[in-house]
Design a protein around this ligand. Structure first.
Ligand code: GLY
Ligand code: MN
Length: 464
């Protein structure tokens, strides 16, 4: 945990934002995988971690905005549990680490919430994403489960987003740590990947390094020779010469701050000329965005800037044609770049996505596009100092999408289908880094991870 003053300050700021009523922060419980006692790896709720910090299951908290107090609900464990779990800090000891003055038995929360409801106080809740917490809210607030979305507090959501979007120095240090663990993971792949291996061998190698870093994975590993499938979580293919290997994985630290890094490398020790040409376009787009990042600009503009570089680069290779501005405005380049440029990152790899992407990634009154490609942009809003975000452009050749667009003659004024069909077995390239917005520019977090063609090929020599 951070120093207790940090959590106290965050709660005071939250009270100042929400002003009135009580705030219910629900922790997560252990979650059964295939029977009650065989649970998934425990992951605390990120909002609970942010304001309370205690990384244990079966806890909840109520912050009273009018009284200015916080109560932690949970039970001390009995000797019977100590037999299985070993000695545990008492509830009071846990609470004091977060500067929480009041503790109460777990079951008393139901009566406290009923009392607040009866006396007409506003109960602010965040959108629950786990079934267990929805069932609890159904009982505690005496409401139908279907009604819960109507009880969610927009004021609380906006307040949490406002506070947690700007990372403190202690959070940035944790995120640097997450990237540095992730750097070891990507470096290991570059040094070990070889034709004939199964993707799973490398997935296992990098997962081990995440755990060795003291935490876990921040999200499911993408380690695939089919990088054209954006969220490909299968690891069953054999690495074959001539293919690319796309690795999108990151560690979360013991304190649960995430890294999200992508590198694409040749299965062979060196890139082919055809691979180099596409790789360099993606790298140019990524570096150019990073060089432009600063407070006050919108990430929508950065997405469009990256799209321009991609469209211009593909035009130079003869895959696209026509006016680049028009092609990008109409979305023709999305055949190759069908996802968004990036997203906020912090305690969640897609930070605060449980609260609703429109609150985190879009400004007041900023409409999300319905256009293919642009509609997948998670972050479009103006940037502020202290934001940490991912920059992750890519170029993909998705045979099914190419065939469909070709059969519809879609954007034929911008797309040279006969040339594009020479790339049907190419796969995909994405390059991703995690970047802090500073007072007047931006800084890539962590120690540099091999990224240029020369740097990647230098590390690939170790696999020979
Ligand atoms: N790392 C996967 C994603 O950003 O969706
Ligand atoms: Mn990402």
């Amino acid at each position: 945990m951070f120093d207790k003053q940090i959590y106290q300050k965050r709660r005071t700021q939250l009270i100042n934002e929400v002003e009135d009523g009580i705030i219910l922060l629900m922790g997560n419980d252990e979650s059964p995988m295939n029977y009650t006692d065989n649970t998934y790896h425990f992951r605390q709720d990120s909002n609970f971690l942010y304001f309370i910090g205690i990384d244990q299951p079966h806890l909840n908290a109520i912050i009273d905005c009018n009284e200015g107090t916080t109560t932690l609900y949970g039970d001390d464990i009995s000797v019977e549990y100590i037999v299985w779990m070993g000695p545990q800090p008492s509830m009071r000891q846990r609470a004091s680490k977060s500067a929480i003055e009041q503790v109460a038995p777990a079951k008393s929360i139901e009566a406290d919430l009923a009392k607040a409801k009866k006396s007409g106080r506003t109960i602010h809740i965040l959108p629950p994403y786990r079934a267990a917490n929805k069932i609890k809210l159904h009982h505690w607030l005496q409401t139908d489960i279907q009604e819960i979305p109507n009880l969610v507090s927009e004021k609380l959501i906006k307040s949490v987003v406002k506070l947690a979007s700007k990372k403190g120095l202690e959070e940035v240090a944790e995120m640097e740590n997450a990237v540095n663990i992730t750097r070891k993971m990507h470096t290991a792949t570059m040094q070990n990947a070889k034709a004939g291996m199964i993707e799973a061998e490398l997935a296992g190698l990098v997962e081990g390094l995440a755990v060795s870093g003291g935490g876990h994975l921040a999200y499911s590993i993408i380690m695939t020779i089919n990088g054209q499938t954006l969220h490909n979580h299968s690891h069953s293919n054999t690495l074959v010469p001539g293919r690319l290997l796309l690795g999108d994985y990151g560690a979360e630290t013991a304190m649960h701050y995430a890294a999200d890094i992508t590198r694409t490398i040749p299965v062979d020790p060196v890139f082919t000329e055809k691979q180099k040409e596409i790789y360099q376009i993606v790298l140019d787009a990524e570096m150019s965005v990073i060089n432009k990042l600063k407070p006050g600009i919108t990430y929508l503009d950065m997405h469009l800037h990256a799209s321009h570089i991609i469209a211009d680069g593909l035009k130079a290779l003869g895959l696209m044609k026509g006016d680049t501005d028009e092609a990008v405005a109409k979305g023709a380049h999305a055949l190759f770049f069908p996802h968004g440029l990036g997203h906020m990152i912090g305690l969640d790899v897609h930070d605060m996505e449980d609260l609703g992407e429109q609150y985190v990634g879009y400004g007041e009154g900023q409409e999300r596009s319905k256009q293919f490609g642009l509609k997948s942009l998670r972050l479009a809003r103006n940037l502020e100092e202290g934001f940490v975000l991912t920059v992750e452009p890519g170029i993909y050749f998705i045979p099914e999408l190419i065939q469909q667009w070709k059969s519809e003659n879609k954007f034929e004024q911008f797309l040279n289908y006969s040339k594009i069909e020479e790339y049907l077995d190419f796969g995909g390239i994405r390059i991703e880094d995690d970047v802090l917005i500073t007072a007047d520019s931006a800084r890539v977090l962590g120690q540099p991870i091999a990224k240029t063609i020369e740097e990647v090929e230098e590390l690939r020599k170790a696999s020979l």
